[in-house]
Write a protein that binds this ligand. Sequence first.
Ligand SMILES: C[S@@+](CC[C@H](N)C(=O)[O-])C[C@H]1O[C@@H](n2cnc3c(N)ncnc32)[C@H](O)[C@@H]1O
Length: 252
Amino acid sequence: MKLTYQTTEPLSPRPPASTKAGVLVRRRGVRPRRSPAGKATNELVFSAYQGMNADVFPHVLSLHVPVGSKIADITYGKGVFWKNVKLEYYELVQSDIKQGIDCRALPYKDQTFDCVVFDPPYMHTPGGTAHEGHQNYESYYKNNGTGNGTNKKYHEAVLDLYFLGSAEAWRVLKPGGVLIVKCQDEVCACKQRLTHVEIINYLTETMFIVEDLFVLMRTNKPGVSRVLRQRHARKNHSYFLVFRRKSVKPTS
Ligand SMILES: C[S@@+](CC[C@H](N)C(=O)[O-])C[C@H]1O[C@@H](n2cnc3c(N)ncnc32)[C@H](O)[C@@H]1O
């Protein structure tokens, strides 16, 4: 299948990569030189946007996932990411724990997909009265209902799912395939946990090369349920991380 970059997506301003080597400039008495190809522009995909997931995701795709790619969204949820994407450009296979498909045990053959999209819960609600203020996350993210397969809790459980799901993504991705990970940092038990750093460090040590990082900033002002004294900046941004699959998974 021949893959080409999309050029008509309204939210994808990236022009197709120029294949021209430039024009040969000749001036009398001067050695001919090749002028560089391309043009000056600021019509580009940027690393930070203010808005919603659906505003940024098409930009991530336009830069890193060629039209015609076979994509698995393994935490599809309500499919919000895809709201502004022209679905006819891709072959999308969607799944979620809500459909009984665990991202850690995908029902796909090795090396099936050009791209995997992974947006697991960025917070953990272990049940009981813990994280009481976050119980709404449980109904949305379903991270307690997955029976995590681990006795880890809170942030360690969040990381566990990212790491195991990414390893499974590595298995189903073709060599050189792209993994798009959505995440948000959190303060857990009063400790600053920079989830995006932890994910990048882990994945690039083992299975992937990091290709890109997008910051998404919320448009509204998030609050907290109770505050006595604020110790850390309230997070109002999240990340899309883009990784490329290494051919060989190191054994260590
Ligand atoms: C942040 S939401 C994803 C939102 C989604 N990107 C969208 O556009 O609607 C997290 C999703 O992960 C799913 N999930 C939680 N644990 C999972 C697991 N072990 N395997 C697959 N999906 C899981 C939840 O059901 C939820 O839909």
